[in-house]
Design a protein around this ligand. Structure first.
Ligand SMILES: [Zn+2]
Length: 350
């Protein structure tokens, strides 16, 4: 018998005399959903907001090129090197990717991967080999850095903030890699909940979730051992997507072919988002602890498009609900978002 997994939601109804309809009494619906793993609530409402406009990104690229620390002319000169006990060469390379220490570390091991020699890569034409090489380099670095944590529980976490709305301070494509015993509240809570689910039902939560989502209203695609769908509880105001690896719980467990398959599928999804007029995102690979052997978790990737709410005000898509109340908030339903993404993924390349 399949292990239980509940997609729970409640409706909210606000009654107002609506000035847009001559002050007639109106009922406006919103929805609160509960994450089937954590029970965390998330809101879905219908907001009117101005149409998004793509900024002139080639201008932004040109303006920032001269001061970029990750361009080939500067990177060797202005970025730090690791001590020999961590990396004998001080830095690591793979293809065009170069891994260097973060000059502003926020953990014991905190690195940056400059992904390309090119200063700017467009979101709708992200080269698969560039993304795959950066991921392989991050994986190899995590392997090299793990001994530094000794007996402590350790996590190798890879993140990509792309373009300023995501919080990225450089236009030049770069990933962040941390090797840490402090994986962040969200991942720690999810892993704890997965451990409880496994103990209670004798089956890993990711397997139950994949079975529930495969082929359903939020499903996107599956190829090369990587499945994609839109989460039941949205994180992004304009939606978001997630990937799950079939057989691996950490990036260290991924062979080259798996990372190439993931990179290929990721670039397709990024192109679909770019066709929606989006031009920025956060990506985080969510691993289990390196030594965990219970099978409670599978490596997942969360892809969150980011944007400025208003084209002139440049106001953030994140505010008190998300940051102070810890409540996710979306302006469209995950099922509607998945349908739009599926149509874009099926559209021929232009
Ligand atoms: Zn650059």
């Amino acid at each position: 018998m399949a292990a239980p997994l509940e997609f729970r939601a409640t409706r909210k109804r606000a009654r107002i005399h609506d000035p847009r309809r001559d002050f007639a009494l109106a009922e406006i619906e919103s929805e609160v959903r509960y994450d089937p793993l954590t029970g965390d609530s998330a809101r879905i409402c219908h907001f009117a907001f101005p149409k998004r406009e793509l900024p002139e990104l080639s201008d932004l690229a040109e303006r920032t090129r001269g001061s970029c620390p990750f361009c080939p002319d500067s990177i060797e000169r202005v970025t730090p090197r690791y001590p020999a006990e961590l990396l004998p060469e001080g830095r690591m390379r793979r293809g065009e990717a170069l891994l260097v220490p973060n000059l502003f570390p926020y953990d014991d091991v905190s690195a940056i991967v400059s992904m390309s020699r090119a200063h700017f890569l467009a979101m709708d034409a992200m080269p698969v080999a560039i993304v795959a090489d950066a991921l392989k380099l991050a994986r190899d670095f995590i392997g090299a850095a793990l001994p530094l944590l000794g007996e402590r529980e350790s996590y190798g976490i890879v993140t990509w903030n792309y373009m300023p709305p995501s919080g990225a301070s450089q236009i030049h494509p770069h990933m962040q890699v941390i090797v840490t015993d402090t994986p962040g509240n969200q991942l720690r809570r999810e892993l704890d909940a997965e451990a409880r689910y496994l103990a209670r039902h004798g089956r890993p939560y990711p397997a139950a979730l994949l079975e529930a989502e495969r082929g359903g209203a939020r499903w996107l695609d599956e190829a090369g051992g990587v499945a994609w769908w839109v989460p039941y509880c949205p994180t992004g105001m304009l939606g978001d997507a997630q990937a799950m690896f079939a057989d691996q719980a950490t990036i260290s467990a991924c062979d080259d072919a798996t990372l190439e398959a993931f990179a290929k599928s990721l670039c397709r999804v990024l192109t679909a988002y770019a066709r929606m007029g989006l031009w920025s995102f956060n990506l985080t690979l969510m691993p289990d602890a390196q030594a965990e052997a219970s099978g409670r978790h599978r490596l997942a990737a969360r892809l969150l498009p980011r944007f400025y709410l208003h084209p002139q005000l440049h106001n953030s898509d994140t505010a008190y609900l998300q940051l102070l109340l810890g409540e996710k908030f979306a302006m469209l339903s995950p099922e509607q978002h998945a349908a739009e993404l599926r149509a874009l993924l099926a559209a021929p390349a232009t």
